[in-house]
Design a protein around this ligand. Structure first.
Ligand SMILES: *[C@@H]1O[C@H](CO)[C@@H](O)[C@H](O)[C@H]1NC(C)=O
Ligand SMILES: *[C@@H]1O[C@H](CO)[C@@H](O)[C@H](O)[C@H]1NC(C)=O
Ligand SMILES: *[C@@H]1O[C@H](CO)[C@@H](O)[C@H](O)[C@H]1NC(C)=O
Ligand SMILES: *[C@@H]1O[C@H](CO)[C@@H](O)[C@H](O)[C@H]1NC(C)=O
Ligand SMILES: *[C@@H]1O[C@H](CO)[C@@H](O)[C@H](O)[C@H]1NC(C)=O
Length: 664
């Protein structure tokens, strides 16, 4: 589940019409923010995520817009605010923005000398580095939090978190760091708080002392002050500040060993070749700054970037660094595709068809095809248990990781603290995904639960579950599996470890496992409570162990089925008691005139996707509610039509849905 903090923010009302608007780039909303939520003229308050809204140039996109919504609001819940997703709209970088021209300014030379280190440095090539940190894990939403470590959904990091990552088999850690709130000086020195530099240095020591390779970066500065696409962006200032920042980071970290690599900037916005050229220039300024800072930096591995750390844009616009820089370098890009599956948009809970796989492979192959001789690392990717269907997610993990390996590309999983590792309890929320990851990275074939892959299907099956409807009689259940050359070696009840008996409890064919009615009757009855009753652990000759979740379900009923559209714009929580799976699968919005509330083009999608809204932009949930976001209420207001919301639950089978109507 999404953190409590995220949930609090998700239900917070959006205040409007208050005086004392925020200055350009000022914070105007987010968790714990109590100030005025409006912006000065020419700017609007853009919600990057539940934790942070900022005044950015331009006018707010219409809430009822039927165009594709930006992914950025979901991004930090699932990963980081970004513009990487293929379908992200231009709201972060309004199309009205002035086209950035590569500035002709020269950057000041260092004012303090070069660092000299007493220790030794063991040089490592960029290809050896990225191979050694594969697979990697991101310490997301932590040192990159706005404004301080601890301000988002994660407590300040402790060493035990890296022990957890180590125990799970990770070899590398990416450490995102936001610097923008830690400047104590302004132009031309841009002095960074030494306490913050020390904290970053200390965390890097926590990481490397545990034997990890690590990449440290400049993170959300990319949408604070370093956005070369922003209207009126002062490129001279961005370049000056970028140089000074990296000179200071380079000085502080100059004597770190070769296990520490640098990444100039996270997901720098960019939509044109000119932006791409300016980002190449930032790569170069970064290299100059760290080399000027001295120490071991001239031999340190760097992972260079281009627009959005998007693979296709990087392929188009990335320029190799000047040969005068001797740093071993790799290219880092990020991968959150397909957008609709990863971000739970338009009801896409299905993934894994031949076409889905071919599209993913083509993306990864294209970046490799453009950079045949460059070490590549996907510095962020994820398919979070919060947003994706279980069997589809496991197939995605397996296929994505095997494909990355096929194209000699290392990977670093994004984990915002609410996705995978529960840092407080040290428990991985999806242990099967972790197991699939470790095996896929090593090239070991995993068995996988089969699931619906046909996007035109009217219902979705998933062999990650035995879904049993309350009051139905208990019958034998046959689940299709993709054994991928492995044989099932045991099936046990995960709670007790009690082995199931082949024959009386279950039978195996070449493509399925059947659990017998007598066995299932020991776990569930028609009147069992509507919850997860047990998991069966399946162990195979090779690869990950799988879980089959025996889940009794009934269709939840809502506390009310209809209400008048509220006069003010706020999130609308609808109370319900979950009965089985504890989240919605999708929500369809139909106007009284028969049209869809948003995204009319979804009429061309399959029946499970038509008219569906997008998680987080449009809807959310908590322990006792489905939440329609303020943006949806605004869309109903703009449409002026009574709208019925069909809430689909898991399993996605006919009848497992309820309607809720907003009347106007
Ligand atoms: C742009 O930034 C530079 C360097 O900080 C500064 O000298 C200059 O005055 C700025 N230009 C504008 C138009 O603000
Ligand atoms: C290079 O990248 C572009 C953009 O993604 C892609 O269209 C092209 O096919 C790639 N080239 C190769 C040789 O893979
Ligand atoms: C079965 O596994 C799922 C996923 O790990 C978990 O949420 C659920 O609580 C488990 N059920 C039982 C009865 O332990
Ligand atoms: C099962 O039966 C009980 C008792 O009649 C009823 O309350 C419940 O709603 C039924 N569940 C379903 C899914 O029909
Ligand atoms: C929901 O409402 C739509 C449109 O009025 C209707 O066609 C559909 O049958 C309803 N579904 C349920 C589950 O009530």
């Amino acid at each position: 589940m999404v953190s409590n903090i995220a949930k609090l923010a998700a239900t917070a009302a959006l205040l409007q019409g208050i005086l004392a608007a925020q200055a350009p780039w000022g914070q105007c909303g987010g968790t714990g923010f109590t100030g005025d939520k409006t912006c000065t003229s020419g700017y609007y308050c853009n919600s990057f995520n539940d934790y942070y809204s900022q005044c950015i140039p331009g006018t707010a996109p219409a809430a009822s817009s039927s165009s594709v919504k930006p992914s950025s609001s979901l991004s930090t819940v699932i990963h980081a605010p970004s513009s990487t997703s293929v379908k992200a709209s231009s709201s972060v970088a309004p199309s009205s923005s002035v086209t950035a021209k590569a500035s002709s300014s020269t950057v000041a030379s260092p004012t303090t000398g070069r660092t000299t280190c007493s220790g030794t440095f063991t040089p490592i090539s960029a290809s050896a580095f990225v191979a050694a940190m594969n697979p990697g894990w991101n310490l997301g939403n932590t040192l990159d939090a706005v404004q301080n470590e601890g301000d988002w959904n994660n407590a300040p990091v402790v060493g035990a978190t890296f022990d957890d990552a180590k125990a799970a088999g990770y070899k590398g850690i990416r450490l995102p760091v936001t610097w923008t709130y830690h400047f104590t000086g302004s132009s031309p020195d841009w002095t960074v708080d030494p306490v913050w530099l020390q904290r970053v240095s200390d965390v890097l020591d926590m990481i490397t002392s545990r034997g990890f390779y690590t990449i440290v970066n400049v993170h959300h500065d990319s949408w604070a002050w370093a956005d070369v696409t922003a209207t009126g962006a002062n490129l001279t200032m961005i370049e000056e500040k970028f140089y000074r920042l990296w000179y200071q980071i380079g000085t502080k970290l100059a004597c770190k060993g070769s296990a520490v690599a640098f990444e100039p900037i996270n997901e720098p916005p960019g939509t044109t070749a000119e932006h791409g050229a300016e980002i190449n220039k930032l790569n170069s300024i970064f290299l100059q700054a760290i080399n000027d800072a001295g120490g071991f930096n001239s031999q340190r591995v760097v992972t260079l970037v281009n627009a959005g750390e998007d693979g296709a844009k990087t392929s188009q616009w990335f320029k190799r660094p000047d040969a005068k820089f001797k740093n071993p370098w790799a290219i880092q890009y990020h991968y959150y595709s397909p957008y609709d599956f990863i971000f739970s948009a338009w009801g896409k809970t299905i993934w894994g068809s031949a076409a889905d796989q071919a599209s993913l492979e083509a993306d990864i192959a294209a970046v490799r095809g453009n950079f045949t001789d460059v070490p590549l690392i996907i510095g962020e990717w994820a398919a979070s248990p919060v947003a994706t269907e279980t069997a589809a997610r496991w197939r995605y993990f397996d296929f994505f990781l095997r494909t990355a390996a096929k194209y000699n590309t290392a990977t670093i999983l994004w984990d915002n603290g609410a996705d995978f590792l529960n840092r407080a309890t040290h428990i991985w929320r999806d242990t099967v995904a972790q197991d699939i990851l470790s095996n896929a990275v090593k090239g070991v074939p995993n068995s996988l639960p089969d699931s619906t892959t046909d996007a035109s299907a009217t219902s979705q099956s998933s062999s990650a579950y035995i879904y049993h409807q309350q009051n139905a009689s208990v019958t034998a259940q046959t689940l299709p599996f993709l054994f991928n050359g492995n044989t099932l070696t045991s099936a046990t009840l995960s709670t007790t470890g009690k082995p199931l008996v082949l024959g009386s409890d279950y039978a195996v064919s070449s493509s399925s496992i059947t659990f017998t009615a007598p066995f299932l009757s020991t776990i569930l009855t028609p009147t069992s409570s509507t919850t997860s009753l047990a998991n069966i652990t399946l162990t195979f000759s090779h690869g990950a162990s799988l879980l089959v979740n025996i889940l009794q379900y009934a269709t939840p009923s809502l506390s009310l089925s209809s209400t008048a559209l509220p006069a003010t714009s706020a999130d609308l929580p609808i109370a319900l008691t979950w009965r089985g799976a504890t989240r919605p699968a999708a929500i369809k919005a139909m106007k009284s005139d028969g049209g869809f509330l948003v995204d009319d083009w979804t009429q061309y999608l399959g029946p499970l996707q038509q008219g569906r809204l997008t998680y987080n932009n449009h809807w959310d949930w908590d322990a006792g509610h489905v939440i329609l976001k303020a943006a949806v209420l605004d869309a109903v207001r703009a449409a002026g039509k009574t709208t019925t919301f069909l809430i689909d639950f898991y399993p996605r089978v006919p009848g497992n849905s309820v309607n809720f109507t907003l009347t106007v």
